[in-house]
Design a protein around this ligand. Structure first.
Ligand code: HEC
Ligand code: HEC
Length: 342
């Protein structure tokens, strides 16, 4: 890999993670170059350590709204045939996902895209793989109306919830206009914002407990930074704060050998701009040990498989087997406390 030649080039090559990785590296080494085959010397790099931050503290949320939102999130009546709740596809016992390649909606309908975790979803800058919902509130309109998910609509949902013995009084206490679509959305979004997962071993390490990670886990974290994973997976959610192409260094979709679907088009589906084809919101890596199978198409069954694909298609470099293991070990330290878990 060629060494990049300066800060301006570093900034203008944000999307080309391999170069960015070498930008980070040369910053850390005051411009010294790195030979491809040479083992990495891994310096302590404060700037890089700040690229990943602890889970955000949950903002002040009304506990009554959280409780109502939690009930709605688990209520099948948000679906046409009363069988599918948000929690069916985002189980809090399964890391906020369904742990399936694709989700199954009402009447056994098969969706075409992997269910992302709702844990820490309040800290993502937009919602959905292609970012088509700006907020958690907007997002709720998606699954409730999707014929392959919940297949319902607001008049039907409000009709059913209004007949419940408890909901009308519960809503009236919190919202002057009672059981209304906007209030359902508000309560569910408030509940989702409460689903942050603090106290991961990695966050304890960031807070200064240096001995809480093993040597291998620390090495994995260093590689994660040095190789440039952190150029895309960063911030408090270790992802969720930018769009990036899937297949920066090689054509992932061609190599996959299955026909491309609408769901593979990513951000292009929203903007119709050619440069947005195959561009996705970078997913969070918080709790990633629990949220497989991986990628929007669910093709990576295990975490090592997912990391191998990332190294090839996003970084354009193979990882030595030991490096792969260490990066996976680091990723496993990102599992935090799961509040909603039963
Ligand atoms: C049938 C399965 C299914 C049901 C039911 C379902 N979801 Fe989802 N959810 C998905 C899938 C699949 C996606 C990804 C869709 C996409 O990005 O195009 C998703 C995406 C999301 C996201 C975005 C997360 C992210 O990181 O972008 C949130 C938040 C979410 N769902 C919350 C909910 C809520 C709230 C409900 C109930 C009102 C719900 N879901 C019902 C399967 C489901
Ligand atoms: C150029 C940006 C970029 C770089 C560099 C990058 N990733 Fe990713 N990563 C993404 C995008 C975009 C996705 C989502 C791809 C998809 O499913 O469409 C993703 C997905 C993942 C997933 C799957 C998460 C899930 O919930 O499905 C893992 C795990 C992952 N990356 C780890 C890594 C590791 C480890 C590295 C470094 C070896 C890395 N990534 C480098 C952009 C990047």
């Amino acid at each position: 890999m060629k060494k990049s030649s300066g800060a301006i080039l570093c900034l203008t090559t944000l999307a080309i993670s391999g170069l960015l990785a070498s930008c980070f590296f040369s910053d850390a080494n005051h411009g010294s170059s790195r030979a491809d085959a040479a083992p990495l010397a891994l310096p302590a790099t404060h700037i890089l350590e700040e690229s990943v931050q602890p889970v955000l503290a949950v903002p002040n949320l009304d506990p009554n709204k959280i409780e109502l939102g939690k009930k709605l999130f688990h209520d099948g009546r948000l679906s046409h045939d009363n069988t599918i709740a948000c929690a069916t596809c985002h189980s809090l016992d399964k890391g906020g996902t369904d742990q399936a390649v694709h989700s199954t909606g009402i009447g056994g309908a098969q969706g075409g895209i992997n269910s992302p975790t709702v844990l820490n979803s309040g800290a993502n800058f937009v919602q959905f793989w292609n970012g088509r919902a700006a907020t958690l509130e907007d997002q709720v309109n998606g699954p409730t109306h999707n014929p392959k998910e919940m297949g319902s609509d607001w008049p039907e949902i409000i009709g059913k919830l209004s007949k419940d013995e408890q909901y009308p009084a519960q809503f009236a206490k919190l919202y002057s206009d009672g059981v209304q679509p906007a209030n359902v959305r508000d309560a569910i979004a408030t509940f989702e914002r409460s689903l942050s997962t603090p106290n991961s071993r990695f966050d304890k390490y960031l807070a200064g407990d240096e001995n809480i990670l093993t040597t291998q886990e620390k090495h994995g974290y260093r590689l994660f930074k040095e190789y440039g994973c952190v150029s895309c997976h960063q911030g408090s959610n270790v992802g969720g704060n930018m769009y990036q192409q899937f297949g920066v260094m090689a054509n992932y979709f061609k190599d996959r050998r299955t026909p491309e679907t609408d769901d593979d088009q990513g951000r292009f589906s929203v903007t119709k701009r050619e440069q947005d084809r195959h561009v996705f919101r970078v997913p969070t890596l918080r709790n990633v040990a629990l949220t497989g199978p991986y990628f929007h198409d669910g093709t990576a069954t295990t975490l090592p498989q997912a990391v191998e694909v990332m190294a090839k298609y996003q970084l354009g470099r193979p990882l030595a087997p030991g490096e792969l293991v260490d990066i996976v070990m680091f990723l496993q330290t990102l599992t935090g406390d799961q509040k909603g878990k039963s």
